[in-house]
Design a protein around this ligand. Structure first.
Ligand code: ARG
Ligand code: ASP
Length: 706
């Protein structure tokens, strides 16, 4: 009977309650008892401390957009394959196809430097709300308040970094209800150590992206280097592997449903406080437009990538970036509609308004909801047009990127000339051209342009006019005449650049279109969108304050803003859809099953089938099965990729890399029944390195604990 019950509970694992929220590590004390009730064996100070080494010292912000963790005394750093993809791609060519075949440095000497890549450790987090607010009392004028905040911020940062090699910034939380200082140590010599072949690191491709069940070995390996004094230093052959204050140990024990899990990383952005009207705008207007634009460009890119290896390598990272958000957006509106999140928001808003009426001091909160919903109606179109222009000019045809640097020069010509900056600016553009054209195919770009331009035109609000768009031969003019689509032509133009070149530039059809769009964007659209956002944020600030004051018992957490956070939950599956349950882990068997479906996203090396058939799992299996991925009920978002998923003792169970399809809405609305993060099991990562790829020396560097 007892066994039956246990079995039932294990199967029904998904009814264990998931936890919403991304917590500030320095405030974890308040959650310690709840975390312990869920199984955690650590104290809050083991996770975050400024007085002793703590887990935080092993967590790094990787290149500003992902998370990574230190796993050896010699600065070995793990992150996701898709986070390291740019670096791997930069070192790849058709002769050395590291993307396809993988890459493993056999010694320190073979580890590859990556200009511009950083890894940042958080030294400390401090609540500086009072210091930021100093001198603001009684000041009404918004500009004055802005000035005071700026001045205070500057002083706080100077005080925090004086006589150190640290950097710092101050971030607003809850739309400015509080402010925190982040002191950071930024490492600038981060080398590529290894990456699995894409048949592992990207297994499932776009078909499986944002989907459970999942079998992606989404990891890559880097190493942080430092100067001889163990402090950050610019790349230098003489640099040595960084000796971290703390590195994570590897959780090598068996896992089961209900195990405590915790994700420690840098989530990018959530928008939990949007009002019903704003959410409706996203679901009905903005997201469908973004999806449509991307569907069109992806059709062109995907087709070109299947036709040539060169194009595949050139466009792999770009395609992944466009497709990733595209698919997430589709999942988000799906989930939000299914849950009827707009009605749920409305219900909460009614209660908010009711409570505001219940006490004298709360009355001013009441009208906020209506005012925010009205603001969306009145000024949301600026936000829409701004997003549309971003999709067209910055996600669409790539020659726009080159045109943008020239637009800056044209507009600031006199200024740059007077300050003697002009030459350096032109040289910088020339320097970037090899990198740009290495990954550029003019026919693909033209295809994207032809697909997006009519869509852009049709979404553009009638009150905005862009003359060049009416040119019937626009595409053929640009792609036969513009300097931006031909490296030699553009280089010749830049090498002979003088004041006269400006008039040539102004006649260039590609430049003309870009300049016209960009001028409109800068002068009218951006300022309208900016006003909208400033007004909305000011309302949101009071609205959130109202939540904190009027709902003191609810769990409050500040929206993600790319600062270090902790989220915790359990290893568990989910039941996202009526009549369907997801179990909590996948195995190598499932990977081979997917291969047999014939979709090229599931291509495997025959070696993988052999290893599977002979059960060549080393000592990485659990009950004879090799776990590949598992899910947890941890509230995560973009930026959490590469984050360590830690067990009750703070040991590394795996790397976070995704969420399930039904969870993508958690950026706006967290539903504990369906929202799950997806993790690649560290034992699979170790197996790939050690057994499959023959990089045992890396596994030997790490500390395995049972
Ligand atoms: N969806 C994950 C995230 O947002 C992984 C993306 C990489 N994988 C891919 N097939 N594009 O970053
Ligand atoms: N895949 C995401 C990332 O790159 C994680 C997520 O959105 O869940 O950060």
């Amino acid at each position: 009977m007892k066994n039956c019950l246990l079995g039932f509970m294990v199967f029904m694992g998904f009814i264990l309650r998931a936890e919403e929220g991304m917590l500030i590590p320095s405030l974890l004390q308040a959650f310690e008892s709840d975390m312990k009730a869920k199984g955690m064996k650590l104290s809050a100070a083991d996770i975050y401390s400024v007085n002793k080494s703590s887990l935080k010292d092993a967590i790094m912000h990787f290149g500003g957009g992902c998370t990574a963790e230190l796993v050896s005394e010699k600065g070995l750093l793990l992150t996701n394959h898709h986070c390291g993809l740019d670096a791997v791609q930069r070192h790849s060519s058709t002769e050395h196809d590291y993307l396809k075949n993988g890459f493993w440095a056999k010694s320190f000497k073979e580890e590859l430097p990556n200009a511009g890549l950083t890894a940042t450790r958080i030294v400390r987090i401090e609540d500086v709300t009072e210091a930021m607010m100093f001198g603001i009392q009684g000041v009404e004028d918004g500009n004055k308040i802005g000035e005071i905040l700026k001045r205070n911020m500057k002083k706080i940062i100077e005080d925090a970094t004086r006589n150190t090699h640290f950097q710092a910034d101050v971030q607003a939380f809850d739309y400015g209800n509080s402010f925190y200082l982040m002191v950071k140590e930024v490492f600038t010599d981060v080398r590529l150590v290894g990456a699995p072949p894409s048949s592992i690191g990207k297994f499932g491709g776009d078909t499986d992206n944002w989907v459970w069940p999942r079998h992606t070995g989404d990891f890559s390996v880097f190493r942080v280097y430092a100067g001889k004094d163990n402090k950050p230093a610019a790349y230098n052959e003489e640099n040595v592997p960084y000796a971290p204050i703390q590195h994570l140990k590897i959780a090598f024990n068996d896992r089961k449903v209900g195990d405590f899990t915790m994700v420690y990383g840098f989530p990018g952005q959530t928008e939990q406080h949007l009002t019903s009207g704003n959410l409706k705008y996203y679901i009905e207007k903005q997201r469908p437009m973004e999806i449509d634009m991307r569907t069109k460009s992806l059709a062109v890119i995907n087709e070109a990538m299947t036709k040539s290896d060169l194009t595949r390598i050139q466009y792999m990272a770009k395609q992944a970036r466009i497709a990733n958000a595209w698919k997430k957006y589709i999942g988000q509106i799906d989930g939000l509609k299914q849950l009827d999140a707009v009605s749920l928001k409305k219900k909460f808003e009614d209660e908010y308004v009711q409570r505001a009426k219940s006490q004298d001091g709360w009355n001013h909160y009441g009208p906020l909801v209506d005012r925010m919903n009205q603001l969306v109606e009145q000024k949301g179109s600026y936000e829409f047009t701004y997003t549309l222009m971003v999709e067209y000019l910055f996600v669409g045809p790539e020659f726009f990127r080159l045109a943008r640097s020239m637009e800056d020069i044209e507009r600031n010509y006199a200024k740059y000339k007077a300050s003697n900056e002009l030459d350096a600016k032109i040289q910088a553009i020339i320097k970037g051209l090899d990198g740009f054209f290495k990954n550029y195919d003019v026919n693909v770009d033209k295809g994207i342009f032809e697909a997006l331009t009519p869509a852009f035109r049709s979404y553009l609000d009638k009150r905005f006019v862009i003359g060049s768009l009416s040119n019937q031969k626009l595409a053929s003019d640009i792609y036969s005449k513009s300097i931006f689509v031909n490296k030699e032509k553009y280089l010749a133009f830049l090498n002979k650049f003088s004041e006269k070149s400006l008039s040539t530039l102004k006649k260039d059809p590609g430049y003309k279109l870009f300049a016209e769009c960009f001028t409109l964007m800068r002068n009218e659209v951006a300022s309208g969108a900016n006003d909208y956002n400033i007004e909305m944020d000011a309302l949101l600030k009071d609205y959130v304050e109202g939540k904190l004051v009027m709902f003191p018992d609810a769990k409050h957490w500040p929206d993600a803003n790319s600062t270090l956070r902790v989220t915790y939950g359990l290893l568990e599956g989910s039941a996202p859809v009526d009549g369907m349950a997801y179990t909590e882990h996948t195995t190598l068997k499932g990977m081979v099953d997917k291969y047999n479906t014939g979709n090229p996203d599931f291509d495997l090396d025959p070696k993988m089938i052999e290893y599977y058939k002979s059960k060549n799992y080393g000592n990485y299996a659990q009950n004879g099965e090799l776990w590949v991925c598992f899910t947890g009920s941890n509230h995560t978002t973009g930026g959490n990729s590469g984050s360590p998923v830690l067990d009750a003792n703070g040991n590394l169970m795996g790397l976070n890399f995704d969420r399930s399809w039904e969870s993508t809405m958690s950026d706006f609305y967290f539903d504990p029944n369906r929202c799950r993060n997806i993790v690649v099991d560290i034992r699979y990562v170790m197996w790939v390195m050690d057994v499959y790829c023959g990089a045992k020396h890396l596994v030997d560097e790490m500390t395995l604990v049972k």
